[in-house]
Design a binder for this molecule. Structure first.
Ligand SMILES: NC(=O)c1ccc[n+]([C@@H]2O[C@H](COP(=O)([O-])OP(=O)(O)OC[C@H]3O[C@@H](n4cnc5c(N)ncnc54)[C@H](OP(=O)(O)O)[C@@H]3O)[C@@H](O)[C@H]2O)c1
Length: 346
């Protein structure tokens, strides 16, 4: 039921990926479910690719507990893929060295209870401090030593991605924000990725849940939002021109969804899944509530008229400026101010 894609020979992932940020201590205060049981449900449904990060506090450990439990029972899905990240702290960047990189990779291995990481997606907070190419090459050495299967990146713009690739690093994927609210990857990154067989893993496709029936016809929220994901994507709604434009988008998606007998969330997700070079969408999951909806994604076939209507709407509204993650890198700007830059020491 869930589409799959091969990233490199013999290495495949589900095209819907379970996002892990929502389980981290820093995301929100609500923690009322059983995350291990939810992981079982995701894997049973075919969504057996999990995204996480060294900086999502407690999440590598949770997935490690799941892996240990399944291994003990002899039921671990051999196709499970855990895509983690290496996000060195901002304060660490000036003095980063190979030993530090290896210590974080070893810590992820230990937390996950694995001998080799399926994927490490590498991030770098600022281009003002050089060192990202050297760090990518150290990751490559750890790959040669057998500690990492695939190397990927997250949130680099096109120029920095090209530098890493030019240095000889085979980037299997780039993880970037790509949604109906944010098409920055279309400006130049996708073209580069096409040249090097690098696929996109996309976050933000459902905008923290804003792109759903829950917000259709609702007034703009003025009280504090429930979690950090919503705070982040509310800023993206401002980039397209604000709540009025956003409601217009929801109405359009809802109209298309009614025609297909599905949800507007699924239309927003399918639209991105169908874009060139997109391998998968990472959908944040606080629990297993949306699995059923995710499973119906593969049945939706958008028509050229659906796509034209969406494209025509998007051509009329604003877009986040710059290349991928450029505005988020500005620590003093509204997108950068909400980031937490030194989470790795926790
Ligand atoms: N590389 C990076 O910098 C980066 C940044 C952000 C995220 N990520 C990754 O991407 C993942 C996704 O995070 P995100 O912040 O972009 O969140 P998101 O996936 O846009 O939103 C997740 C929320 O949307 C709602 N939702 C999910 N499926 C739905 C459906 N079918 N129908 C209606 N609502 C639905 C759920 O809210 P409710 O639980 O309230 O229903 C869920 O918690 C993260 O977990 C993380 O793994 C990476």
């Amino acid at each position: 039921m869930i589409e799959r894609i091969e990233l490199r020979p013999g290495y495949s992932i589900s095209r819907v990926i379970k996002g892990g940020w929502q389980l981290s201590e820093g995301h929100s205060q609500i923690n009322y479910h059983d995350p291990i049981r939810d992981m079982e449900a995701f894997v049973a449904s075919g969504i057996n690719t999990f995204d996480c990060a060294d900086i999502y506090t407690g999440v590598e450990e949770l997935i490690g507990n799941y892996i240990r439990k399944e291994t003990k029972r002899g039921t671990l899905d051999p196709n499970l893929k855990v895509l983690t990240k290496f996000v060195p702290d901002y304060n660490q960047l000036p003095s980063i060295n190979k030993r530090y990189v290896e210590s974080i990779i070893d810590r992820s291995l230990m937390r996950l209870g694995l001998e080799r990481l399926d994927m490490v997606q590498f991030a770098w907070w600022t281009y003002d401090i050089p060192g990202w190419v050297e760090t990518a090459l150290w990751l490559q050495e750890l790959q040669s030593a057998g500690k990492i299967d695939l190397i990927s990146s997250t949130n680099f713009n096109t120029a920095a991605t090209a530098e890493i690739i030019d240095a000889g690093v085979d980037l299997a994927t780039v993880q970037v924000q790509y949604s109906l609210l944010d098409h920055r990857p279309q400006k130049s990154l996708i073209k580069l990725c096409q040249k090097y067989d690098t696929q996109l893993l996309c976050y933000g496709t459902v905008a923290g849940g804003f792109l759903s029936e829950r917000w259709l016809g609702q007034p703009e929220p003025i009280t504090e939002l429930e979690n950090r994901s919503l705070v982040k994507y509310k800023l993206m709604i401002e980039e397209i021109g604000g709540w009025g434009h956003f409601q217009e988008l929801l109405r359009l998606l809802n109209k298309i969804a009614s025609k297909h007998g599905t949800t507007l969330t699924n239309i927003a997700t399918r639209y991105i899944l169908d874009k060139p070079q997109v391998a998968g969408v990472i959908i944040g999951a606080r629990n297993a509530a949306h699995i059923e909806a995710n499973l119906t994604l593969s049945h939706i076939e958008l028509t050229s008229q659906d796509r034209d209507e969406i494209d025509s709407f998007l051509s009329k509204v604003g877009q986040p400026p710059g290349d991928v993650f450029d505005i988020e890198r500005d620590k003093k700007g509204k997108h950068g101010r909400i980031m937490r830059y030194n989470l790795n020491q926790k």
